[in-house]
Design a protein around this ligand. Structure first.
Ligand code: IPD
Ligand code: CA
Ligand code: CA
Length: 261
C-alpha cells in the first residue's frame, strides 16, 4: 500500500533526524551530556534530533500543536492536531553504545491517536501505522503474535531506574509474571517494545510510569497490527496514567489480570 501524504511527512522527518542520530551514535563517546535527573540524561544528539523533527513537521503542517519530550508543549493554531514526539527513546542505551533506540512520532486528531511511527536508524527498521490502514515494518505488513496463552509467551517490560518511584509495585508484578511466562525481556526503549509487540516478536508488554511520548506511536502500531493496548487497570487511560499493557487480545487480557493480581 503506498504511504499517505501524512506518513510521507512523518517518515521524511524521522529519516532526517535518524541520520544525525546515527552519526552521533558513532561518536557517542565524544558527546557532551548534561544530567537531566537521576539516570536520565539528555544529550546533544537528543536535542538535535528533536529540532530537526520539529522543523520538518512544522514546515509540512504549520499549525499543528506539539508535545515534545525535550521542548514540552508548543501550541499551534490548529487545536485539533497534536504531534507527540520522543526524538530519542532509549537514551541510556544510546549513551552506553547499545544500538537499541528509536525516534517516536505520533499524531493525535481530536484527542485520538491516528498515526504512529517508530524508527530505529541503526537497524534500519521503520515501523508505521495509520488508523484503519494497518501496521508496517518497512514495506511489510505486520501482525501481533498468535500465541494465546501467557504460559507460552515472551513478554517485555520496563524496570524503574534509580530515582524513579514504583519499584515495589514493579517487583510484585515481576513476581506474578515470572510465574506465568516463558521469558521476560528488558530492552530499554518503550517505543521499540511496543513496535516489537506489533511485529509479533514479543507476545506482550507492560510498563508503568512512562510518558505519552514513550508510548503514543507504539499504541497505534499495536492496535493496527491487530493487538490491544490498555492501561494497568484494563482501561483506556494509558496517556494519563502512564501505564500500558499490550499484546494480542488474549495475552493483553491475561497479562493485565496477572500484574494486578
Ligand atoms: C525511556 C525508555 C525506557 C523506559 C523509560 C523511558 P528515554 O525513555 O522508553 O524503555 O523504561 O521509562 O523513560 O528516557 O530513553 O527517552
Ligand atoms: Ca522515552
Ligand atoms: Ca527520550
Amino acid at each position: 500500500m503506498p504511504a499517505s501524504a501524512l506518513m510521507n511527512v512523518m517518515t521524511k522527518a524521522a529519516r532526517k533526524a535518524g541520520r544525525t542520530l546515527s552519526r552521533d551514535f558513532g561518536e557517542v563517546e565524544h558527546l557532551q551530556v548534561a544530567t537531566k535527573g537521576p539516570a536520565d540524561f539528555v544529550s546533544k544528539a537528543d536535542l538535535r534530533a528533536e529540532k530537526i523533527i520539529f522543523e520538518e513537521l512544522s514546515h509540512a503542517r504549520p499549525n499543528y500543536c506539539f508535545l515534545l519530550e525535550e521542548g514540552g508543549i508548543v501550541e499551534g493554531s490548529d487545536k485539533t492536531h497534536r504531534w507527540i514526539i520522543d526524538p530519542l527513546d532509549g537514551t541510556t542505551n544510546f549513551l552506553h553504545g547499545i544500538p537499541h533506540f528509536a525516534i517516536s512520532i505520533a499524531l493525535e486528531r481530536d484527542g485520538e491517536l491516528v498515526a504512529g511511527l517508530v524508527y530505529n536508524p541503526v537497524m534500519e527498521e521503520l515501523f508505521t501505522a495509520e488508523k484503519g490502514a494497518g501496521a508496517y515494518l518497512n514495506d511489510r505488513r505486520i501482525r501481533v503474535g498468535g500465541r494465546n496463552k501467557l504460559e507460552d509467551a515472551v513478554v517485555v517490560t520496563g524496570i524503574p531506574h534509580r530515582g524513579k518511584s514504583g519499584k515495589e509495585v514493579f517487583i510484585q508484578e515481576m513476581r506474578q509474571v515470572t510465574r506465568s511466562v516463558v521469558g521476560i525481556r528488558r530492552t530499554g526503549s518503550a517505543a521499540v517494545d511496543l513496535s516489537w509487540v506489533a511485529a509479533g516478536r514479543f507476545d506482550g508488554y507492560w510498563e508503568r510510569g512512562i510518558q505519552a511520548w514513550d508510548m503514543a506511536a507504539g499504541i497505534v502500531l499495536v492496535r493496527e497490527a491487530g493487538g490491544r493496548v490498555t492501561d494497568a487497570q484494563g482501561g483506556d487511560d494509558m496517556l494519563t496514567t502512564g501505564s500500558v499493557v499490550a499484546g494480542n487480545t488474549a495475552i493483553s487480557t491475561e497479562l493485565q489480570k496477572t500484574i494486578i493480581s
